[in-house]
Design a protein around this ligand. Sequence first.
Ligand code: IMP
Length: 422
Amino acid sequence: MTVKIIVGAQWGDEGKGKITDILAEKMDLVVRYQGGNNAGHTVVVGDKTFKLHLIPSGILYKTVTCVIGNGVVLDPEVLFQEMATLRAQGIEVSPDYFKISSIAHVILPFHKLLDSKQEADRCENKIGTTGRGIGPCYTDKISRNGVRIIDLLNKDRLTKLIRQRNWETILNTNLDIDGIIEQYHQLGLRLKPYVTDTSLYINQAIDAGKNLILEGAQGTMLDVDHGTYPYVTSSNPVSGGACIGTGIGPHKIHQVIGVAKAYSTRVGEGPFPTELTENMGELLRQRGAEFGTTTNRPRRCGWLDLVGLKYAIRVNGLTEICLTKLDVLDECKSINVCTSYRTTDGTVLTELPLDYDEFASCTPIYEELPGWESDISNITDYDHLPPNAKAYAQYVSEQVGVPITLISVGSRRNQTIHLLQV
Ligand code: IMP
């Protein structure tokens, strides 16, 4: 029996979906613990591409039960669309193998409207949210005004909860509140076969000796506590969030796997010291197809930041790293890796500064490593990698002090190099 957490070690989009998909083959349960449909996973199996926003990528295996934990914020309409798309692609989504927490919070139409309004009101200080209502939904949860899945099933309670919020005043617009209440009650009834006490279900699975993945969305640097606040999402993607978002105790976790790209990307606003704005940034964007799965926005691209990666190892307690998209660097003659930052007064920092302004003004200090200038996308054995590609992976691992247990060299399942059995 093992319980593994999979967490993004950077700003999200590290390729967690592919890693979860690879590891899910040997799992019984894959549980999503936070975030909502701001996330996007692309998984390529054979000639089929699956785009997932809410349902864990374990759904692609018949033997895996997928669970949406209590820490997720769920947009029921998006969920039903995703289920329909999966079914059209031949994937079964049955209540026997797909469970939703009864106490996960619901993204309501008001949250989406408020997300857009708040982002517009931020004028110059935009966060670059995905506009999916994530922040307002979590805000309602924390301020004890939220609506949970369980509340959708009780129309009187749902009416009271929605009516008490005065959404028309908050949004300064006329709304068909009664129509929305009825619509969400009906959506709740459709969800009912999947809804359960998932903490109980997950703990019983652990007690029965099952294998589990707890899958995070977004990444460490977007964590509301440990990320580059306020340019963050409104939940805790870090490993600590896995216990809260699933209802299991920390002593039940065996491995914390960090997924990191061989370079860095960020969507939305906020500091990003190793960002490359010119040719090399564009090369990484094109070679890595760095466009958001959820919003299709071009991602900002830059070199790998080891200061940030070490920080991710610390705040998550990472036991290992899966290094993804190494093949994207195939054409580089040389590759820079950020080992420390220089502040405006010339101080060299080897730890990530928590002051936002200080972080934003840091310039990266790079170590330059030789590229391998050859196609590695069909290599599945570590020993067959070009020496400079191996040296790059070894350098990263030595610098951050945790092993790399898997290298991904393409989006397909077989474009994967296993270094240790994970
Ligand atoms: P929100 O989560 O929609 O509120 O967006 C807050 C910030 O997190 C924005 O900068 C988004 O671009 C970013 N973000 C949210 N979800 C993801 C993701 O799955 N990958 C990368 N960035 C994300």
